[in-house]
Design a protein around this ligand. Structure first.
Ligand SMILES: Cc1cc2nc3c(=O)[nH]c(=O)nc-3n(C[C@H](O)[C@H](O)[C@H](O)COP(=O)(O)OP(=O)(O)OC[C@H]3O[C@@H](n4cnc5c(N)ncnc54)[C@H](O)[C@@H]3O)c2cc1C
Length: 394
């Protein structure tokens, strides 16, 4: 590994820290630290603060209002924003769709959509998975039939994160039944503020309304909303998924959880002694911290490859599997260390009542919610298949 962070990026890190100290509202950071839900309006306000500083879109080119940063600057930004407990921006729009439009979109699409993402006027969600098409995404059935200057779209998307807040959705749709499965899929931008689109909530184990079913029935979508060519969506999706190869590692979120663990272990347990005196808790914390350090070094290796122009390889799957497992282990440790307080689920409390300190009240919710990490974005089983075939060659 040859990764020299260098004085310029280190100086940028200090600039990030100073910016967060000055501009990130303390109440908002506290909510993120506690794992509480952040209302959309607060997300928008924070996004606008970032946009005013020119830092809302770390992976976009400068010409389109992005930062123009390279992978190293983006990595340091992700670490520092997680450590500062800043809320994550509208990921489908900023991290996924923006780079896709800059690479494959028409000038009209870029001019129409990118500024409205930066101003936080439009909120996007990602419509890929369907009831019978998750791991096997190419099996998707949502169809788009050409009718003059429009496509008529019908089908169901499932597990669509934050669709209840979105006014636009980018979808993978089937435009050809004849072609090979992957070659019949196209990438379409759909305005959700129209009849024929129904968003229904799905409540997850954590009691959070974060995912939805999106039903689309006979909705007319102008042909100008097609990104790239008909049948090009598979190539676009590979670009989109490979674009942020370090995101799945979740290093920043794990560092933030590790900080929570350290804070909690400093507190007194039921016997009046600090929790860190419990050798089992201390041992678990040390093991996870070591795993996290190892993951960080693996991420640096991938980053070094990226900086030397090497295409993403199967090691990204290692980052995804270990990154998810480490976050899950951290939330499990937090629950165990908190004892009875860790069993208090906010949903089981009458509104406004608090039986435990605010920073412990959401531990159970976070614990359940983090189960998703080894499912979405390519489940751990699928990642292990990749590791077995392409790294271990079995
Ligand atoms: C919280 C959450 C948010 C999500 N947000 C979005 C979103 O915003 N947009 C979106 O499009 N999708 C989203 N998803 C969907 C996610 O990408 C899928 O859940 C994921 O791809 C798995 O697909 P599936 O749920 O259909 O499970 P399936 O593919 O049916 O898999 C079921 C089980 O079988 C295993 N399995 C499947 N195939 C194989 C194989 N070949 N070898 C070994 N094991 C296998 C899987 O690992 C899994 O354990 C989200 C999911 C979750 C949980």
């Amino acid at each position: 590994m040859d990764l020299n962070i260098g004085p310029e990026v280190e100086a940028l890190r200090q600039e990030f820290r100073a910016f967060f100290a000055e501009h990130l509202p303390a109440g908002l950071a506290r909510r993120v630290y506690n794992g509480e839900k952040v209302p959309k309006a607060d997300h928008q306000a924070w996004q606008r603060t970032l946009a005013a500083r020119g830092w809302l879109a770390p992976s976009w080119a400068k010409d389109w209002g992005g930062t123009g940063w390279g992978p190293l600057e983006r990595f340091v930004w992700d670490e520092e924003s997680a450590l500062a407990c800043a809320p994550r921006a509208n990921i489908p729009a900023i991290d996924l769709l923006g780079p896709v439009l800059i690479e494959f979109g028409t000038d009209a699409q870029k001019r129409r959509h990118l500024p409205r993402i930066l101003s936080s006027d439009d909120w996007w969600c990602q419509g890929f998975s369907e009831p019978q098409a998750g791991s096997d995404l190419a099996a998707l059935k949502m169809r788009a039939v050409r009718d003059g200057d429009h496509y008529v779209v019908t089908g169901t998307k499932l597990w669509t994160s934050h669709a209840q807040h979105a006014n636009w959705i980018f979808c993978l749709v089937r435009t050809s039944q004849e072609a090979k499965k992957q070659a019949g899929i196209s990438f379409l931008l759909i305005d959700m503020d129209q009849p024929g689109i129904t968003v229904s909530p799905i409540h997850t184990l954590g009691g959070i309304h974060a995912v939805n079913e999106v039903r689309i029935e006979d909705v007319r979508v102008p042909v100008e909303n097609l990104v790239g060519r008909e049948g090009q969506a598979w190539e676009i999706t590979r670009f989109l998924l490979g674009h942020e190869r370090l995101v799945g590692a979740g290093i920043g979120p794990s560092m933030k959880l590790m900080r929570q663990v350290r804070d909690l272990l400093r507190r007194s347990g039921p016997d009046g002694h600090p929790l860190r005196d419990d050798v089992r808790l201390r041992d678990r914390a040390a093991l996870i911290e070591t795993d996290l350090l190892a993951l960080r070094y693996t991420a640096y290796r991938v980053l070094a490859d990226e900086l030397s122009g090497k295409a993403p390889g199967p090691e990204v799957s290692v980052l995804k599997v270990r990154g998810g497992e480490i976050q899950q282990a951290l939330t499990e440790l937090l629950m165990d260390a908190a004892g009875l307080a860790g069993l208090v689920h906010p949903l089981s409390l009458p509104a406004g009542e608090s039986l435990v300190p605010d920073d412990l009240a959401h531990l159970a919710q976070q614990f359940f919610d983090r189960r998703k990490l080894t499912i979405y974005g390519g489940s751990s089983e699928i990642q292990r298949n990749i590791i077995a075939q392409r790294i271990l060659r079995v």
